[in-house]
Design a protein around this ligand. Structure first.
Ligand SMILES: [Mg+2]
Length: 430
């Protein structure tokens, strides 16, 4: 959670001109705590602290707990003293990583230009998505709604002409808000802030500047560079002066690309029958697993996407005990995820499955699952699917498919059913 000083007067309407403001900073609100609330709704409205017992520190706290003065990195003992009524939840990093990946995948559908800077924060450059999706505030609002609907967590979005300003904007939009700082309002926005709000100004720099009577960004901007350089050093002084005027030339650089392999299909007619949805899911898993084998990778994380006919999109993912390239394993995970989704009784419009967190199969030391270890023919299923690959190689991709009861011949092509199946090779950010 951010501890940067804020200015209450900075969170206001700065205008609606969105030309030249294509940089978004997306920051999840009280992320670990919100992940816990998403699966334990009974905790909503309570002061909740995520952290270890005993000598641990606070990793996240709900806004109800922050009202008592609880902050991240504070010793748990101090936090408990400030807020004795707080509900303490031990961290589940695996869960937070899963939600983070899913959120980043949602962003990747908007633009590949995503620079993740922590588990719950990323910059996006949406200049290339404007024509397709609309102005940045429309993109930001839609992303916020999608993330909340799919994952039950909220994020705040700052929109500005560069990364420095966008991050300041999201800080001031928190919690659960969005703030646009138009290009022409950038300097006025900055002038409302204390120097400590600037990225890279810690307590030491703050006190050095204070000796020269500089405590606000406005004073920083109006100081001459030589004075600032005398106060905090040549390079740092010049840099701070640039920031005070909102000058930040750093582009958004897509980071840590991770391959994922996925496939999804929109039904020709919205489906009430879950058996039909499951059958389609099995076909999709079969196709995704075949592509994993083809590319020599195994997946650690299976993610399911379901869209109901009210256009609500739900994403769920599960990290597997043992990475796999076997359709049956993908399907088991995807089917369980589907069973746990609350469809609110609505018919399904789209279903998709994605293999994420891919690793090279060769570099992966094979481990047997309990299931395989106790069966008479370990890895028999994989061999069977490899045999299918060989048949498809000779007779075409759709010659043969997996059926719920084993192997079956596909009688209909998706085109004949009026469906729209989309193969996709997304590039996701980690
Ligand atoms: Mg955050």
């Amino acid at each position: 959670m951010s501890k940067a000083p804020r200015s209450a007067s900075a969170n206001r309407d700065w205008g609606s001109d969105e030309s030249g403001t294509s940089i978004l900073h997306v920051d999840m609100d009280a992320f670990f705590a919100m992940c816990e609330l998403a699966r334990r709704p009974e905790l909503r409205g309570l002061p909740v602290i995520v952290g270890g017992q005993g000598r641990g520190v606070v990793l996240a706290a709900t806004y109800e707990a922050r009202a008592f003065g609880v902050r991240s990195a504070m010793p748990m003992v101090s936090a408990m003293r400030l807020c004795p009524a707080a509900v303490i939840v031990p961290p589940d990093h695996r869960r937070y990583t899963e939600v983070s990946r899913a959120v980043m995948a949602t962003m990747a559908e908007i633009t590949p230009l995503i620079e993740q800077i922590s588990i719950d924060e990323a910059f996006m450059d949406v200049s290339g998505a404007r024509r397709r999706l609309g102005p940045p505030t429309v993109i930001g609002a839609r992303l916020r709604a999608q993330v909340q609907a799919a994952h039950g967590v909220t994020c705040s979005v700052g929109i500005a002409r560069n990364k420095f300003l966008a991050k300041l904007a999201s800080t001031h939009a928190k919690p659960d808000g969005m703030l646009l700082v138009p290009d022409g309002a950038s300097e006025a926005f900055l002038r409302t802030l204390p120097v400590g709000a600037i990225w890279g100004v810690g307590e030491k720099t703050e006190s050095l500047l204070a000796r020269w009577g500089i405590t606000t960004v406005a004073q920083l901007a109006d100081s001459d560079v030589a004075t600032l350089q005398a106060a905090v050093g040549r390079v740092h002084g010049a840099h701070l002066h640039d920031l005070a005027w909102g000058r930040d030339p750093r582009p958004v650089v897509a980071t840590a690309r991770e391959r994922s392999i996925g496939n999804e299909t929109t039904f020709g007619v919205d489906q009430h029958d879950l058996v039909v949805v499951q059958a389609r899911l099995l076909e999709l898993c079969d196709q995704v697993a075949a592509r994993c084998r083809e590319q020599g990778v195994v997946t650690r994380t299976v993610s399911l996407k379901v869209r109901t006919n009210d256009f609500r999109t739900l994403s769920r993912s599960r990290t597997l005990e043992v990475p796999t390239d076997v359709a049956r394993d993908l399907y088991r995970a995807a089917r369980d995820l589907l069973a746990a989704v609350d469809l609110r009784g609505l018919p399904v419009r789209l279903v998709g499955v994605r293999a994420e967190n891919l690793v090279e199969r060769d570099g992966f030391a094979e481990q047997l699952t309990l299931d395989e270890a106790t069966s008479s023919r370990p890895s028999a299923r994989r061999e069977a699917e490899l045999a299918l690959d060989a048949v498809r190689e000779r007779f075409g991709r759709r010659a043969i498919g997996l059926g719920a009861g084993g192997t079956s011949v596909a009688r209909q092509r998706p085109e004949d059913r009026g469906d729209n199946t989309r193969d996709s090779r997304h590039v996701n950010m980690t």
